[in-house]
Design a protein around this ligand. Structure first.
Ligand SMILES: Cc1cc2nc3c(=O)[nH]c(=O)nc-3n(C[C@H](O)[C@H](O)[C@H](O)COP(=O)(O)OP(=O)(O)OC[C@H]3O[C@@H](n4cnc5c(N)ncnc54)[C@H](O)[C@@H]3O)c2cc1C
Length: 422
């Protein structure tokens, strides 16, 4: 079977590529070794949190800051795809998120400061609509910890928020009385809170604490599927506002986005094969003809395509492998741009870390290029997301933003069959 577009990688970049290609009426398959980083992440889509990266003041208007970034740093993935394409990817995602039943809100014109599980305030552009609440404007706030949940300490969160916001933030613990014989992670607890009796238990506990008219900050455990209803019930019965705080992995907010996006793409006709790495590629005369994945029985399954999106992630996604003498791109063995040293001596420096900047170099069409000559190495392969060189997602806070924007552009270009410069 031959596909119009074969997407390699099931992270946000891969999903965004598949979305763009299927919207253009193409026959699309996503193949991936495993689940992407969304399952560990907050589910927020950060476009640009800090720029210049040496400042500790968050960006207030990402679109405006992007203008500076793009002109000062032409090798940055945002410069490669351009402002119009970035805006298009955001609009497509916001529309799709509504259709997948997980409406996101926000825009590229402003960042909202979201509390993290440690009580830091993290700038983000797109977030689930239910979380569109501004902690800076809230008059009274209370952080709720749930005794059965590991790794969430309301007092620490409240103290950190107080320090940054300069106003009082209360903290309280509730115990749901779930006798499961062990502490629960966020995913376990979210499953438990799908049950009516536990939701009622939570509401009753919070009622006795008096949270009326306050902004209640609670770890993101309010259900896997029906969290919106749980939030609505809490807000109406307690007469408060509720905002979930993304937890440490496994992150329920990231899980909701990953699952909703995948089901949505499946409904649109995208096929998925997850759990098998690409182990072989057939490339001739500057084009890829087919790839092969290794099945559970150690057999090769060949998948032919007109064009390919490479969205295998960076070092954390395992699209790039680090060796003492260099870095390897795992699928096509593409040239990787690296620096002589992998890391700065001061690990916590506000300078970009060379290792974070490493990745596959591309031209403006996201085609991989030879680092020396700048020539396209493969004309029907388009690279997206954390595999790309030239940006530090951690310092900039741009990880999911780059994945979304470059993924969408790669998917559109791949849908053209890789004929961009022929
Ligand atoms: C813990 C954590 C929290 C984060 N939080 C945030 C956040 O709050 N906001 C934000 O904006 N960003 C966040 N990020 C960064 C962001 O998640 C990443 O930048 C972004 O997800 C990268 O997406 P990607 O699709 O490029 O790669 P990934 O999500 O890494 O996906 C790579 C995919 O490629 C597959 N793959 C790899 N090798 C092969 C192979 N050989 N064959 C087939 N498939 C392969 C993998 O299995 C996976 O499916 C976070 C990252 C981490 C690690």
């Amino acid at each position: 079977m031959k596909y119009d577009v074969v997407v390699i990688g099931a992270g946000l970049a891969g999903f965004s590529s598949a979305l763009a290609a299927v919207e253009l009426g193409k026959k699309v398959i996503v193949v991936a070794k495993g689940l992407g980083n969304l399952y560990s992440s907050s589910g927020y889509i950060d476009f640009l949190g800090y720029y210049p990266t040496t400042t500790s003041w968050p960006v207030t208007n990402p679109l405006q800051a992007l203008e500076g970034l793009v002109s000062e740093n032409p090798e940055h993935p945002y410069a490669k795809v351009g402002k119009e394409s970035i805006i298009r990817s955001v609009n497509a995602f916001l529309k799709a998120s509504g259709e997948m039943g997980l409406s996101y809100a926000g825009s590229l014109d402003s960042n909202l400061l979201m509390p993290t599980a440690a009580g830091a305030l993290s700038p983000t552009s797109l977030y689930p609509g239910a979380n569109g609440k501004d902690v800076k404007k809230a008059r009274e706030m209370v952080v709720v910890g749930i005794k059965e949940l590991i790794d969430f300490y309301p007092l620490i969160v409240a103290q950190n928020l107080e320090r940054q916001l300069g106003k009082k933030v209360e903290a309280l613990w509730v115990e749901l009385g779930l006798d499961l014989g062990r502490e629960l992670n966020s995913y376990d607890l979210a499953l438990t809170l799908e049950q009516e009796k536990n939701v009622i238990g939570l509401i009753n506990k919070l009622k006795s604490w008096g949270v009326k008219d306050k902004l209640v900050l609670i770890p993101a455990v309010l259900g896997i599927k029906d969290w919106q209803q749980v939030i609505n019930r809490l807000e109406s019965q307690l007469e408060c506002q509720v905002m979930e705080i993304p937890t440490l992995p496994p992150s329920v907010m990231g899980y909701r986005l990953a699952q909703s996006f995948m089901h949505y793409l499946k409904k649109k006709g995208v096929e998925f094969i997850i759990g098998h790495p690409v182990v072989h590629v057939d490339c001739r005369a500057g084009r890829c003809r087919e790839i092969a994945i290794e099945t559970a029985a150690h057999r090769l399954k060949k998948i032919a395509g007109e064009a390919f999106c490479l969205a295998t992630g960076g070092i954390l996604g395992e699209g790039l492998q680090v060796f003492p003498k260099g870095i390897r791109e795992v699928v096509f063995n593409l040239p990787v741009k690296t620096a002589e040293t992998h890391s700065l001596e001061d690990f916590f420096s506000l300078e970009e870390q060379p290792l974070a900047l490493a990745g596959v170099m591309t031209n403006e069409f996201l085609q991989p290029v030879d680092v020396e000559t700048g020539e396209a190495a493969l004309t029907n392969v388009f690279v997206a997301g954390a595999t790309l060189a030239g940006y530090d997602p951690f310092l900039e806070k741009s990880g999911n933003g780059v994945a979304l924007a470059t993924g969408y552009r790669a998917g559109q270009l791949a849908a053209g069959g890789g004929k961009v410069n022929e």
